[in-house]
Design a protein around this ligand. Structure first.
Ligand code: FES
Length: 95
């Protein structure tokens, strides 16, 4: 299975994960500052800034796009509970 390097800029930690892993699954384990609530693309608590590697993420669903718009998220932001890592990416908390 393809691997990807997921880096959390706020704590300076990089983890190699299988491609297709959700950001939130890893951020919790390593103690990064990304917080979460619903895990269902609804609350927007898990807003995350993509510092590098935006092209290496899964496409946002319509539900995610609606929440991003509601939260007035910038073009470099995603929801950690929805976004799959497909290649090397660096993120930091957006909330
Ligand atoms: S945890 Fe609620 S939108 Fe991600």
């Amino acid at each position: 299975m393809a691997k990807a390097k997921l880096t959390f800029a706020d704590i300076g930690v990089s983890v190699t994960v299988p491609a297709g892993t959700r950001i939130i699954e890893v951020s919790e384990k390593v103690g990064a500052g990304i917080v979460y609530g619903c895990r269902e693309s609804d609350c927007g608590t898990c807003l995350t800034v993509v510092v590098d590697g935006m092209d290496n993420l899964s496409e946002p669903s319509n539900f995610e796009l609606a929440t991003l718009a509601e939260k007035k998220a910038g073009p470099n932001m995603r929801l950690a509970c929805q976004t799959l890592v497909l290649g090397d990416v660096t993120v930091k908390p957006g909330a």
